[in-house]
Design a protein around this ligand. Structure first.
Ligand SMILES: NC(=O)c1ccc[n+]([C@@H]2O[C@H](COP(=O)([O-])OP(=O)(O)OC[C@H]3O[C@@H](n4cnc5c(N)ncnc54)[C@H](O)[C@@H]3O)[C@@H](O)[C@H]2O)c1
Length: 263
């Protein structure tokens, strides 16, 4: 038996976290979760007003930056390192969005845009994040998607491919950065009721989608933020290179019992 105090392992007092895409939805909820456990959060969003709104509600620091631009990511991590001083640094990157990309579409540039929006900035986060954490350690959590490991063709195929790339990149980085005391993990949500999706979809849509989910409901932003909080905290001190699905069982396959064919 150890004398571990598990409540202490959930305390983030004295720690600085950078949340990229903090301005609404899952990012906003992640800021709330980290801040409730004592972290000081640098709330980064491309829309300054969103960053300011979330920072002021959570005693954080607002920073406007576009995560797809290397020079802006460099600035974000130098600012965060100044705020933190010498302790470990945490990063949660939430930025990502589905663009319509049919395979037969004439718009071949949309594939590239989708990868910029989902995957390229993950590389930048790992690059600048690892540099900032080099002598102090820390951890990074990325938001992937169950689309990254459950194959479904259609308009979101480019998005799914980029998220699959994100999962793989995070695992490789976890292996490379572990000796430097840096952990890297991914939370892969299933369908989640973010304010943006709720505003854009009918009650009928949510009812229909819920019937496909083993637990019978879509996720809430708090479901996703809870998993992020676990991975970001010392509770997960020995956990790296993992992709945790937060999807009510969706990635297990279709709901329904297996029927034997008549012999
Ligand atoms: N909602 C779902 O069902 C679901 C399911 C699986 C995965 N996800 C993933 O969860 C993440 C968050 O989804 P959400 O619906 O909460 O997002 P959202 O679009 O509601 O919010 C994203 C935030 O990021 C900011 N942002 C966008 N581009 C940026 C950039 N280039 N630089 C800095 N900030 C930028 C936006 O201003 C916004 O505040 C995404 O990665 C998404 O792919 C969502």
């Amino acid at each position: 038996m150890s004398n571990t105090d598990y409540r202490n392992l959930l305390s983030l007092h004295g720690q600085v976290f950078v949340v990229l895409g903090a301005g609404q939805g899952i990012g906003e909820e992640v800021v709330r979760a980290l801040s409730q456990c004592g972290a000081r959060v640098v709330c980064v969003d491309s829309v300054l007003e969103r960053a300011q709104h979330v920072a002021s509600a959570n005693n954080g620091i607002a920073l406007a930056a576009d995560v797809t631009k290397p020079e802006e990511m460099d600035r974000v991590f130098s600012e965060a390192s100044k705020v933190q001083g010498s302790g470990p640094l945490g990063v949660v990157n939430v930025v990502g969005m589905v663009l319509r990309n049919e395979l037969a579409s004439e718009d071949t540039g949309s594939w590239k845009r989708q990868f910029e929006l989902v995957l390229d900035h993950v590389w930048l986060t790992l690059h600048f994040g690892a540099k900032a954490m080099k002598d102090r350690g820390g951890n990074m959590v990325f938001i992937g998607s169950i689309a990254g490991h459950v194959v479904r063709s259609g308009a979101a195929l480019a998005y799914a491919s980029a998220k699959a790339g994100l999962h793989h990149l995070a695992k490789g980085a976890a292996q490379e950065l572990a000796p430097s005391g840096i952990r890297v993990n991914v939370v892969a949500p299933g369908l989640t009721r973010t304010p943006r999706l709720v505003a854009n979809n009918s009650a009928e849509y949510w009812k229909q989608e819920s019937s496909r989910i083993p637990m019978g409901r879509p996720g809430e932003t708090s479901d996703v933020a809870s998993a992020v909080l676990y991975l970001a905290s010392p509770l997960a001190a020995y956990v790296t290179g993992n992709v945790i699905a937060v999807d009510g069982g969706s990635s297990l396959g279709a709901v329904g019992s297996f029927k034997l064919a008549a012999s």
